[in-house]
Design a protein around this ligand. Structure first.
Ligand code: NAD
Length: 197
């Protein structure tokens, strides 16, 4: 029980990496609020007792309401994992401005909105932790992925800059996974656990 007593909000928690992290944290004794825009998948994935927050991370009003609900249900907040994300494979000349804007809104603005809404509670906890799930695509260009690569590169720099901004304050730890690849967290859970323990 390496996370007993910790309270963590995980976005994109209805499937994939977010769900694996939510389950791992619960097994380790943490209280976990599970946030996702896919209500049906969230209901199915929800682990017993976990607050389920239906929310589009790109929508500021929804994010503020969902984070407040999560903080209230958990009785505070010690950490956030931003895993919600979307991919887009599109040759650049066929990509629309709307498609570009949506990837930016979900993959880059979304984590910023969640961090912004969660920050007062993280500061109150005294030792908040933020982990942003980026991608190797942040550092290595992939074909037909201009929007995704740009958004994930932005997310890595957002995390680093936020860490500088908050260095003298809480949260204590801000990380953006990039080179290691997000999937490593499923195989090597000690990495993400060490951020929160
Ligand atoms: N799977 C990989 O190989 C891989 C590699 C590198 C990085 N990543 C990153 O890891 C994260 C999780 O990927 P995954 O493979 O688990 O994907 P996934 O599609 O299985 O899970 C993503 C979850 O995010 C949710 N989501 C999408 N848009 C949302 C929104 N606007 N608001 C709230 N929730 C939303 C989806 O409903 C889904 O449950 C993503 O940010 C992805 O870019 C994945």
């Amino acid at each position: 029980m390496r996370l007993a007593g910790r309270r963590v909000l995980v976005t994109g928690a209805a499937s994939g990496i977010g769900l694996a992290i939510a389950r791992l944290f619960q097994r380790e004794g943490a209280g976990v609020a599970m946030l996702d825009r896919d209500e049906a998948a969230l209901t199915k994935a929800r682990v017993d007792g976990a607050p389920a927050l239906v929310c589009d991370v790109a929508d500021e009003r929804q994010v503020r309401a969902a984070v407040a609900q999560g903080v209230s249900a958990l009785g505070g907040l010690d950490g956030v994992v931003n895993s919600a994300g979307i991919d887009l494979m599109r040759p650049f000349e066929h990509m629309t401005a709307e498609e570009w804007a949506r990837v930016m809104a979900v993959d880059l603005t979304g984590p910023m909105l969640v961090c912004h809404a969660a920050l007062p509670a993280l500061k109150q906890a005294g030792r908040g932790t933020i982990v942003n799930i980026a991608s190797g695509a942040a550092l290595r260009p992939l074909e037909q992925r201009t929007a995704y690569c740009a958004a994930k590169a932005g997310l890595v720099m957002f995390g680093k800059t936020l860490a500088v901004d908050l260095a003298a304050d809480a949260p204590s730890y801000v990380a953006s996974t990039s080179t290691v690849g997000a999937l490593v967290f499923i195989m090597d859970s000690s990495m993400i656990l060490s951020c929160f323990a």
